[in-house]
Design a protein around this ligand. Structure first.
Ligand code: EPZ
Length: 418
């Protein structure tokens, strides 16, 4: 069983490149199904969720290969509309293939998706939106069979701005030849990236990043070459490294606008933030200040994916902080591991109260999920002594060799075992 071994208590200084965005890459890989021409996708992170997406593409009959952060996909010979349960269970984003397979094949047979255990993660908004667009859906157990024999058209209003459901609708309708409007759409930057990729393929979509997305009739979808946006959550992770350990970290390629509210939170905790051409620098001297209250919200609010990262920083802050998690029902799983390091955290429903401690002490902990695992790594980097983190497979779903990035910033961290 692979572990991260950290000898903590060291400042982090230096500069690292920010990886490509996991949450942009996954729907973009699904979008490559919409043409039988070649798509060349650069800045794709080398992570296990991307490997799982490539496995799904191959399962459907596409050729897909990741080489030095570039994926080349050719979906000329699609021979299946089915994703087996084993593959669907590997990640939440497998549900994103539903819209793309339906657009390509007219039918699709999938299962309820897997993904981090962050509480209930239904797909009712996905299915309700597809039905509204004329897709016929039959469920049996966790099997889902869909048929879009009529061209989709019309308007969809989502009861909640679901990121994945917004992307599924865009993938289903991008090349459908009819006008579709999506109201109460999610506004995350990854949705803008998907819109840009689809438009590079010949779609005519506008409004991504706002609550109204218009998918206009367009010609056939064709191949393209595209570069994925930087990963704002990975960038925030290394920025929080400077905040919790002290030091100065320069994030090459980071997009400050995508991290605006996290950077504001770090500034209120006492960090210096510098935004220059193509990089963001976060510096911290001394102990972070507490933050009275931070609440997660859909973008552009404070991102739920960054909640565990800031939670880790606040465990060593000078005072009491509170975090309210409003997106997922169970996203405080990481607090057990941080408590083992000596953090004083009390979760009660959607509220997490944190009393900052002067120091943390190394311990053996296990990552509960992707971003929770990153939070434990942050705690271990700040803790005095040795921290061993199990469940590294969770972290590897979203971070490209996290130990190499932190080591490049001066951390004493290594990966042991296979
Ligand atoms: C995406 O998940 C991201 N994943 C998540 O990042 C991120 O936390 C989330 O958006 C919110 O920003 C990817 O992009 C691959 P949602 P998604 O649909 O699409 C409920 C990470 O760490 N909901 O916006 O699943 C849902 O249960 C991951 O990189 C329904 O009730 O998020 C949740 O409470 C974790 N029914 C809320 O909405 C639905 O049909 C937000 O879900 C869909 C969602």
């Amino acid at each position: 069983m692979c572990k991260l071994i950290i000898n903590g208590g060291r400042r982090l200084c230096g500069e690292i490149p920010v990886q490509g965005s996991k949450n942009a890459a996954l729907p973009i890989l699904a979008a490559a199904l919409l043409t039988d021409e070649e798509c060349i996708i650069h800045n794709c992170p080398d992570i296990t969720d991307v490997a799982a997406a490539i496995e799904i593409l191959r399962q459907l009959g596409a050729e897909a290969e990741l080489e030095a952060n570039t994926v080349i996909v050719c979906a000329r010979n699609i021979c299946s509309d089915k994703i087996p349960k084993s593959l669907m269970g590997k990640m939440r984003s497998s549900v994103m293939f539903l819209g793309a397979i339906l657009a390509r094949c007219g039918t699709a047979s999938v299962y309820s998706p897997g993904g981090c255990n962050l509480g209930d993660r239904p797909i009712d908004i996905h299915l309700r939106s597809l039905r509204k667009l004329g897709v016929r859906i039959v469920r049996s157990g966790d099997g889902i069979v869909c048929c879009a024999d009529e061209p989709v058209s019309g308007d969809v209003t989502m009861l909640y701005p679901s990121v994945g459901a917004t992307e599924n609708i865009m993938l289903l309708c991008a090349g459908c030849g009819r006008g579709v409007r999506v109201y109460n759409a999610a506004r995350e930057p990854e949705i803008v990236d998907l819109q840009n990729f689809l438009n590079f393929m010949g779609a005519d979509i506008c409004g991504a990043g706002t609550e109204l997305i218009r998918i206009n009739p367009s010609g056939n979808m064709h191949g393209c070459e595209y570069t994925i946006m930087p990963d704002r959550v990975a960038a925030a992770t290394y920025a929080c490294g400077a905040a919790i350990c002290g030091g100065r970290v320069r994030l090459l390629g980071a997009e400050a606008e995508h991290m605006r509210i996290m950077l504001a939170a770090l500034e209120s905790a006492g960090c210096d933030v510098l935004k220059d051409e193509g990089a963001v620098t976060v510096a911290m001297e001394g102990r972070p200040r507490a933050i009275e209250m931070i609440k997660t919200l859909p973008y552009p609010g404070f991102p739920t994916d960054m909640q565990p990262l800031l939670g880790a920083v606040l465990t060593v802050a000078d005072g009491d902080s509170e975090i309210r998690e409003t997106i997922f029902s169970r996203r405080f799983g990481y607090t057990c591991g941080l408590a083992a390091l000596g953090a004083d955290m009390r979760a009660d429903g959607c509220s997490l109260k944190i009393r900052g401690r002067q120091t943390l002490t190394g311990a053996d902990v296990t990552a509960p999920d992707l971003r929770g695992g990153a939070a434990l790594a942050l705690g271990g980097l700040a803790a005095h002594g040795i921290t061993r983190i199990g469940g590294v497979c969770h972290i590897d779903r979203g971070y490209e060799r996290i130990e190499e990035s932190f080591a490049a910033l001066g951390a004493d961290i290594m990966r042991c075992g296979d």
